[in-house]
Design a protein around this ligand. Structure first.
Ligand SMILES: *Cc1c(COP(=O)(O)O)cnc(C)c1O
Length: 430
């Protein structure tokens, strides 16, 4: 800790990190060649909405689905043009109806909850666990109502929620369990993968995630009926009469959620890189955790037993009361030292204007003011105290998926943290 008494960059000292880090990049020659092949074929999408041999899409899309089935060890992998589309299709496919309540954590991307509203169902926000930031099963239990129909759990930052506990609640109350593993492809839960537990789940293939096709997503399920309905919703749902006979029509409002052949071809190459990409995030995180261990008042990531974390974000918790410094001062000091990808706080969806004002569709407060909403669901500040306190005061993180974070980069980040911690008394007291 030779740097300990140097002047912080924030107060005019020299920056610990003087060079930019290399941006995270997964696209290489393999994707270039795969795209060229598709371009030469002239077939950029082969989907047909009516019942037809191409109802399930073209060769690249099907090859990606085949590869994803093998990779994740599931019966069905269904590509979609975004995971937002995948969430909408999944919530519909499990049979959520207008006025049904779906329990969801506040720490997630907006699409997790809007996918519920999309079917005129009601999101109910339950609190998160203080160390994993995933749905807290106890809070889920206390948010159950006679109208609860599903739990939509989120594997936030790259680690699975406590799916055994959530599945037990789902079994006790005949609920569907949906898993948003957008940030956690490749994370393990024992011998299985995050996203494959529960009734249906999936991953994002958006540019910012571990692997990507620009935009895209994959829905995974072992349930034949759910898979059938996701495929129908993805592709206009006109083909309700086919070799499988006539389907039950409820929730078969169909869309065009189809992935193109270019993205399919890129996705096949990307999937083959997933294991190595995840390993490089895990290597960076392990090095960080070793280097940061022992810094007073700082909690490095906690990983559940028998699970792995894929570190879309490297999450940290600050004991602000114990340190007597506020988070903003620490994060600003780290930023000034040149640490990239810092995030101070996350977000609490229930505090967004749409929920605070309870207006989703139109101006009349639909669906909350309609008779389909059978009780007064609260989004008041304070309903998720753990999530709110962490967001406002104690949580910060490093977006590990934004830069390559080579060993020498990680060492510089560690040096910056030690410099800031060696000068805590110079930061504004709380
Ligand atoms: C990225 C993300 C989504 C949305 O995925 P898109 O493919 O961008 O539509 C949903 N949930 C979570 C937790 C995400 O991180």
């Amino acid at each position: 800790m030779k740097a300990a008494r140097e002047i912080l960059a924030r107060f005019g000292g020299s920056k610990t990190i003087q060079r930019p880090f290399v941006h995270y990049r997964t696209i290489g020659d393999e994707e270039m060649a795969a795209v060229r092949d598709v371009m030469e074929s002239g077939i950029l999408s082969a989907f047909v909405g009516a019942w037809h041999e191409d109802f399930e899409g073209g060769p690249r899309v099907r090859d990606l689905e085949h590869a994803a089935r093998e990779w994740f060890g599931v019966r069905h992998a269904i590509t979609v043009n975004s995971w937002t589309s995948g969430l909408i299709a999944s919530v519909g496919a499990v049979g959520i109806e207008p006025g049904d309540e779906v329990i969801v954590p506040p720490w997630t991307m907006s699409a997790t909850a809007t996918a519920i509203l999309h079917w005129n169902a009601i999101p109910v926000f339950a609190d998160i666990e203080p160390e994993t930031f995933c749905l807290d099963p106890d809070s889920v239990r206390s948010n159950l109502s006679p109208y609860t129909r599903a739990i939509l759990s989120v594997d936030i930052f790259g680690q699975s929620a406590d799916m055994d506990a959530l599945q037990a609640i789902a079994d006790d109350h005949s609920l569907e369990l949906i898993c948003d593993a957008a940030q956690a492809p490749g994370a393990r839960v024992g011998s299985r993968f995050a996203g494959t537990l529960g009734d249906v789940g999936g991953y994002s293939l958006n540019y910012h995630k571990h692997i990507h096709t620009g935009e895209g997503g994959i829905v995974v399920t072992d349930d034949d009926d759910i898979a059938d309905r996701v495929m129908l919703i993805r592709n206009h749902a006109e083909a309700v009469i086919g070799p499988k006979g006539q389907r039950e029509l409820h929730n078969l409002l169909g869309y065009n959620f189809r992935l193109g052949e270019l993205e399919g071809a890129i996705g096949i190459e990307q999937l083959s890189k997933l294991e190595a990409r995840v390993a490089s995030r895990q290597r960076a995180a392990a090095r960080l955790s070793r280097g940061l261990s022992g810094l007073e008042g700082l909690t490095t990531p906690v990983v559940r037993d028998a699970c792995t974390h894929v570190y879309y974000v490297y999450p940290l918790i600050l004991d602000v009361a114990g340190l007597g410094v506020c988070r903003t001062d620490i994060v600003e000091a780290l930023k000034a030292e040149g640490v990239p990808g810092l995030m101070a706080g996350y977000q609490n969806l229930h505090l967004l204007p749409m929920y605070q004002r309870k207006i989703a569709y139109g101006r009349g407060g639909f669906p909350w003011t309609s008779e389909i909403c059978r009780r007064d669901v609260s989004y008041a500040p304070g309903i998720c105290p753990v999530a709110e306190r962490l967001h406002h005061e104690m949580f910060f993180g490093i977006l590990l998926c934004s830069y390559e974070f080579l060993d020498e980069d990680v060492d510089l980040v560690i040096e910056a943290f030690h410099k800031v911690w060696g000068n805590l008394d110079a930061l504004v007291p709380r």
